[in-house]
Design a protein. Structure first.
Length: 207
């Protein structure tokens, strides 16, 4: 699905690479930490990544809720907007997931990052709702609706807006299919502002 509605793009989470992680859990509280040596960024530079996540889980009369704060940082190995010097990166993401009933849940996220380096966005506000298929007799299916507003960073993007809706239908223990539609509007400083609809269909097999 759209990355603005999955992982907050301002936290620049890297893919798997060499690193060390620590995990601590105590009842409703959790703490995760990671240090990684990343082979190469978009500028072609090796860099170090540091991440810390603190989480709290609740079970109340509405349902389960998970609240998290993610702090991320990276070494001074990212080009600035002029391409003349290297800068570090840092960001914070607040994430709140909450069930409202057995069939409805929702989430909101708020994130910020520094923009001394060349970055497209420096802030994001997003949220959405999830409807479980038990409401219409399809307990394994679900419908998701989400929206994100993203503020431009140190390059030529002023802001972007993303809206998305999908339906995931589960056929059996092996196959599932997701039908998805997205709308995105971008505002740029010096070029025309594009907006577009994108439709997709994805078939997944798990075994």
């Amino acid at each position: 699905m759209n990355p603005a509605l999955t992982n907050g793009p301002n936290v620049f989470l890297p893919s798997y690479d060499l690193g060390v992680s620590l995990q601590w859990d105590n009842s409703a509280w959790s703490l995760r930490g990671v240090v990684m040596d990343i082979g190469e960024n978009d500028d072609g530079n090796n860099f170090s990544f540091y991440g810390l996540q603190a989480g709290y889980s609740v079970n109340n009369q509405l349902g389960t809720g998970k609240y998290r704060i993610v702090i991320a940082g990276a070494s001074e190995d990212f080009l600035d907007p002029t391409g003349s010097q290297l800068e570090s990166r840092a960001g914070v993401l607040l994430s709140f997931d909450q069930e409202f009933s057995e069939s409805i849940g929702g989430w909101v996220r708020f994130g910020w990052q520094t923009d001394d380096a060349a970055v497209d966005y420096n802030a994001i506000d997003s949220g959405g709702v999830d409807f479980k298929g038990s409401s219409w007799g399809r307990k394994d299916d679900n419908i998701g609706i989400g929206y994100a507003w993203i503020n431009g960073g140190s390059l030529d993007v002023r802001q972007s807006q993303v809206a998305e809706a999908y339906y995931r239908i589960v056929f059996n223990d092996l196959f599932a299919m997701t039908a998805d539609i997205q709308y995105q509007q971008d505002d740029y400083d010096n070029t025309p502002d594009p907006n577009r609809f994108t439709a997709g269909l994805r078939l997944a097999a798990e075994f």
